[in-house]
Ligand binder design. Structure first.
Ligand code: MN3
Length: 201
């Protein structure tokens, strides 16, 4: 298997009570594993697998894949795999953003951290269907809230993500049902700001 899920460096119940154990377990062991399995099944033995052994390179070059079914698979399952690897890697309780370059950039763009959170939530609530919301940088280094549909991701579109939030119902419905806004509010309790700063740097 060429492309792999990250190993979680925390337990399924580590993000309680904000992200519940059952949701985390199903999310990682069923959904995330499904993207991993399906991508590897279809890409095994292809030229693309040899050419891009790193998932990030496969994702960045997805537009160049000629075989139609493979291109679709990379978009859906490759996208799902990299999105969840990125997302699960920046979850941790108890970090904060009190100073530093990321906070300065957020303040400059949005006015304050609170205003960024409000803007992020407004965007999250406006998503119709399934997708993701990201804080990302454009090629020119401008900070931007970016929405992507299905398992599309910022790399497809030339953005570099700082952090992302899964807005598929499978990521919150067991605990929050239709209250997506509460899920977004609680995301701020489990975001690992240290990882976000690393991603920004
Ligand atoms: Mn998901």
């Amino acid at each position: 298997m060429t492309y792999k899920r990250i190993k979680l460096n925390y337990e399924f119940d580590s993000l309680e009570p904000y992200f519940d154990k059952k949701t985390m377990e199903i999310h990682y062991e069923k959904h995330h594993k499904g993207y991993e399995t399906k991508l590897n099944e279809i890409i095994s033995g292809t030229i693309e697998e040899k050419k891009y052994p790193e998932l990030i390179d496969l994702i960045k070059n997805y537009q160049n894949i000629e075989r139609h079914d493979l291109k679709i698979a990379v978009r859906q399952f490759g996208g799902g795999l990299i999105n969840h690897n990125f997302f699960f890697n920046h979850l941790k309780i108890g970090t904060n953003l009190k100073e530093g370059k990321l906070l300065n950039a957020i303040n400059e763009k949005f006015g304050s951290l609170e205003e960024m959170k409000e803007e992020f939530k407004k965007n999250a609530l406006s998503l119709f269907g399934s997708g993701w919301l990201w804080l990302a940088l454009t090629k020119k280094g401008q900070m931007k809230i970016v929405m992507t549909f299905n398992q599309d991701n910022p790399w497809f579109h030339g953005f570099r993500p700082i952090f992302g939030l899964d807005l598929w119902e499978h990521s919150y419905y067991l605990k929050y049902q239709s209250s997506r806004g509460d899920y977004v509010d609680n995301f701020w309790n489990v975001i690992d700001w240290n990882k976000a700063e690393e991603n920004f740097a």
